[in-house]
Design a protein around this ligand. Structure first.
Ligand code: 3PG
Length: 407
């Protein structure tokens, strides 16, 4: 069998002195409107530095958040964080393909780096469409004129058939960046591995629709799903508990995702409930402190639940210790706040101590490893991809990877 990277060209194949358009995935947690440093910056810096050191003119594309959400912000702050990891200046222009962007691109000298504005602020980026359709957009057609090559390093966004991910490989010679290469190799290996013992997956985070889809697809590969986050509450709601809805009409975390998924969630609970472990207690904030409540004692949801409870976390850790393989997709609580890190950290620590095959995915979740003093070396693979790594696990092709393979 050929090695996976034989299927696409890499930076090793790039000619010298190129004007290179590079797609990164810098999608990050946003606090008070500002991006928070995370592994994505550190990993992508390797590709960017290599290109700049080689003397290419390097122009970067990336997205942040989704239109209509609080995390949908400019990339101005991302440029500074990336620069600190690359060890070189990273210029920024608040434009994607207008005159300001083109002027800044044309002014670049060899070895200089420029980040363009959030691709999702450009009308042509969304929605998902065929690569041929995306290639015809004004965004792709006009920007491509100023480049010799396109590099896709955004493995973690490669499941989206957006213009910046699938359009450019249609019109420019396209290459995989170092992060794309590493993630692709690791995640393809995961899909091919056979496990004799228990396979466990801890799922949480805010993207419940993605998580539920993954659970539905992985039904015959995973023995036990341990639930937390938004999906965890939606499953509890389906099981008859008065949780899993928005308290604040401004905050749309639960209700829309419930409408979209409740039939599937109810069906999964009815048909393979034995594979699904739900929280038995939940944590919330009371007078500035962490407080906990047994799920069976909740009569009405009048607080936001921010973590699974301590009993739940310990039960989940026991399951992990009996597992041969453990995958993590999404945090079990709001671990950025130490008071609500118990679920996420207890499970990660159990994985780190257990001699199991382990993959931690989800750009945000993997941040907890460094934040709480764990060692990345205790995990087999710490992916910076969320949905993309799970799709790889389920054997689904990633549009952005397929576009590179077609070169
Ligand atoms: C991610 O953060 O998982 C990727 O950047 C994809 O983001 P999306 O789910 O908003 O498309």
């Amino acid at each position: 069998m050929s090695t996976p990277t034989a299927t696409f060209k890499t930076l090793d194949d790039l000619e010298s002195d190129q004007r290179v358009l590079v797609r990164l995935d810098l999608n990050s947690p946003i606090e008070d409107g500002e991006p928070q440093d995370n592994r994505r910056f550190e990993r992508h810096a390797e590709t960017v530095r290599e290109l700049a050191d080689a003397g290419h003119r390097v122009v970067l594309l990336a997205h942040q958040g989704r239109p209509g959400r609080d995390d949908f912000v400019s990339l101005a702050g991302h440029a500074d964080i990336l620069a600190s990891h690359v060890g070189r200046d990273v210029g920024f222009v608040a434009d994607t393909y207008g005159d300001d962007a083109i002027d800044a691109i044309e002014a670049l000298e060899p070895g200089e780096i420029l980040l363009l504005e959030n691709t999702r602020m450009c009308d042509d980026e969304l929605p998902e469409e065929d690569p041929e359709v995306k290639a015809e957009t004004e965004f792709v057609q006009s920007l491509a004129l100023h480049f010799d090559a396109y590099v896709n390093d955004a493995y973690s966004a490669a499941h989206r058939s957006h213009a910046s991910l699938v359009g450019f490989p249609q019109v420019l010679p396209a290459y995989a960046g170092r992060v794309m290469q590493t993630e692709y190799e690791a995640n393809t290996a995961i899909a091919e591995k056979e496990f004799d013992g228990q396979v466990t997956m801890a799922v949480g985070g805010t993207k419940a629709t993605d998580v539920i889809d993954v659970m539905n697809n992985l039904g015959d590969k995973v023995d036990d799903f341990l639930l937390g986050g938004i999906a965890g509450e939606l499953f509890l709601r389906a099981a008859g508990h008065p949780v899993g809805f928005d308290l604040d009409p401004e905050q749309d975390l639960y209700d829309t995702q419930w409408e979209q998924n409740h039939e599937l969630v109810e069906e999964m609970l009815a048909e393979r409930g034995e594979q699904i472990t739900l929280a038995t207690d939940l944590a919330y904030e009371a007078e500035g402190e962490r407080a906990e409540v047994d799920v069976d004692e909740i009569e009405e949801k009048d607080v936001s639940f921010l973590d699974v409870g301590t009993d739940t976390a310990e039960g989940y850790a026991d399951v992990v210790r009996d597992s041969e393989a453990v995958f993590v997709k999404g945090a079990l609580g709001v671990f950025e706040d130490e008071r609500f890190s118990v679920g996420t950290v207890t499970v990660l620590e159990a994985i780190a101590e257990t001699d199991c095959f382990s993959v931690v995915g989800g750009g945000d979740t993997s941040r907890a490893i460094g934040m709480y003093g764990m060692d990345e070396a205790d995990f087999d693979h710490v992916s910076i991809a969320g949905g993309a790594y799970i799709r790889a696990l389920t054997g689904q092709p990633l549009a952005g990877v397929e576009a590179l393979k077609e070169q």
